[in-house]
Write a protein that binds this ligand. Structure first.
Ligand code: HEC
Length: 91
């Protein structure tokens, strides 16, 4: 009887380990998504020349990001990554 109980606990433990492993794979997926620099190069040239990162300040890029997000039909996450890249590259 005792041995049987141990098997159940071991089984649950194994299942939880497998579940955690699968969950950690799913969580790491967005990191593999496109970086801001690539999104900038792909999206911000569709209607005009890609603006140079140094052309605007961080605050200006944030406002521009909000405007161009609507125009370019980007997700909030995508635009945040582009603005983050532009703010890093305009020093
Ligand atoms: C669907 C077309 C379209 C896309 C895609 C687009 N833009 Fe624009 N952009 C425009 C238009 C039209 C204007 C001029 C009118 C305005 O300012 O709203 C403009 C203006 C700008 C300006 C202002 C230029 C100035 O001299 O004041 C900046 C900066 C800019 N875009 C950056 C971007 C960035 C960064 C992206 C990528 C996230 C982007 N745009 C994607 C259409 C687009």
């Amino acid at each position: 009887m005792k041995k049987y109980k141990f098997k159940i606990i071991a089984g649950i433990f194994l299942l939880m380990t497998v579940a955690l492993f699968i969950a950690s794979c799913a969580a790491s997926k967005p990191i593999a998504d496109k970086p801001g620099a690539l999104l900038w190069g792909e999206n911000c040239v569709r209607c005009h020349n890609a603006p140079s990162p140094s052309a605007f300040s961080d605050t200006q890029w944030e406002a521009i990001g909000k405007h161009m997000r609507v125009r370019a039909n980007l997700t909030e996450d995508e635009v945040n990554k582009i603005v983050e890249f532009l703010s890093m590259a305009n020093q």
